[in-house]
Design a protein around this ligand. Structure first.
Ligand code: FAD
Length: 384
């Protein structure tokens, strides 16, 4: 391990991207303190939050490779080589993503986050402060203030403050007060709710395993990704007003009988009713902003910089790729933060913005275009 760069960095947020960035920086010899709002998820029985599993693609895998975690993570992932379309009449048809050896992987979010935190902690120069929430910061002085779960406040001073604190980033909120900071946020009219398809009576997967299952119904859709325990995390996406209109068990069953008849048996009618009426549909937001940095003192990465709707399955992958690009900029400018951070914004902003736009486009592709004859024809011609 290199030890020449003794820069001291505070990473705000110990989610997927913050923990990954800490690994890259520790590898460069930086002293890294992660401040995470939640307590240690490795000690929790249940971790609340969004999407139980995620599709990991080559962007994310490359980032994992860079810190020696690709094998450990991918051996716990389930390859998905194609979408499996569930038509209204119950017929299923696969649409491959690419050639036979190309696939994305279904990964357990908790497992991935835990592995990244453990990997970060293995570097002697990394410390993790759980239950520490970022309150404010002073970009000129490189100071940040946190409060812990006991209500104590802690003020620190470092060379670099990184915001990896997610879509509702507190660090980005501070940046928004600065001159010439652009910000754009769009909520889509759809919400999402997670349901569950348990293993079948033989304790096997209840559907074909190596697929991302999709029930495209134009205005809305449902998807399912396989888990290691042989269940499928199933996510229903539809306009909030339709969620709100389904206010009795009868209406729910009628809706599923009309729109997703083959899924009722898989989900189990009683479980479906229970989950639907005890859960809340959650919002999805697309956020673009610029610049990502403040001088040579601070930078935002991951969802804090570019939150995208989940239909392209690239939010986390893009955030993990941020770590590669930021690391490359530090390398290129010999750890001169005043040069590396502006260059990072310059390099990363157009790509991340394009990903936000593609995700929004795929919102329509997944629920609607996969139904069209033209789409099927194009796939046939492209052999994908
Ligand atoms: P987060 O995962 O949000 O982590 C932020 C961390 O910061 C959290 O641990 C939080 O507790 C902490 N924090 C927040 N505020 C503070 C504070 N003030 N102080 C200190 N800590 C703080 N992406 C994919 O690539 N593939 C997929 O298949 C996929 N599916 C998705 C499905 C759904 C339904 C949704 C909603 C998203 C999906 N995504 C997917 C996107 C993915 O979840 C995000 O892009 C990813 O979680 C971003 O990681 P992050 O570390 O930047 O932010």
């Amino acid at each position: 391990m290199e030890t020449k760069n003794k820069k001291h960095v505070a990473v705000c947020g110990g989610g997927l991207v913050g923990a990954m960035m800490a690994c890259y920086l520790a590898k460069r010899g930086y002293k890294v303190d992660i401040y995470e709002r939640r307590s240690d998820i490795r000690l929790m029985e249940v971790v609340r939050g969004r999407s139980i599993n995620l599709a990991l693609s080559c962007r994310g895998r490359e980032a994992l490779r860079g810190v020696g975690l690709e094998d450990e993570i991918s051996k716990n992932g389930i390859p998905m080589g194609a979408r499996m379309i569930h038509d209204l009449n119950g017929q299923r048809r696969p649409i491959p993503y690419g050639t036979k050896d190309q696939y994305i992987m279904s990964i357990d979010r908790r497992l991935l986050n835990e592995a990244l935190l453990t990997a970060a902690e293995k570097y002697p120069s990394v410390r993790i402060f759980f239950s520490h929430k970022l309150l404010s910061c002073d970009f000129e002085k490189g100071e940040a203030e946190f409060c812990n779960d006991k209500g104590d406040t802690l003020r620190i001073q470092v060379d670099l403050i990184i915001g990896a604190d997610g879509a509702y980033s507190a660090l980005r909120r501070q940046m928004m007060k600065l001159r010439l900071f652009d910000y754009e946020q769009t909520y889509i009219p759809h919400g999402y709710m997670e349901l569950n398809i348990p293993p079948n009576s033989n304790n096997e997967f209840a559907m074909e395993t190596n697929y991302l299952h999709i029930w495209p119904r134009n205005e809305f859709m449902m998807i399912a990704l396989p888990n290691l325990d042989k269940s499928f995390t199933t996510t229903l996406f539809m306009p909030f007003e339709i969620f709100e209109g389904i206010d009795t068990e009868e209406k729910l069953m009628k809706f599923f009988e009309e729109r997703f008849p083959d899924a009722i048996k898989l989900l189990g009618a009683e479980e479906l009713k229970k989950t639907f009426f005890t859960s809340k549909a959650l919002p999805m937001v697309s956020i673009k902003c610029k610049p990502y940095h403040v001088g040579g003192k601070s930078v935002i990465i991951g969802d804090a910089a570019h939150s995208m709707v989940p239909f392209y399955g690239q939010g986390m992958n893009c955030g993990l790729e941020d770590c590669i690009v930021l690391n490359e900029m530090l390398e290129k400018y010999n750890d001169d933060l005043a040069k590396a951070l502006p260059e990072y914004t310059k390099m990363r902003h157009p790509d991340a913005t394009a990903m936000c736009d593609l995700a929004m486009y795929n919102y329509i592709e997944m629920r609607s275009h996969v139904n069209s004859k033209l789409f099927l024809l194009r796939k046939k011609v492209d052999n994908i």
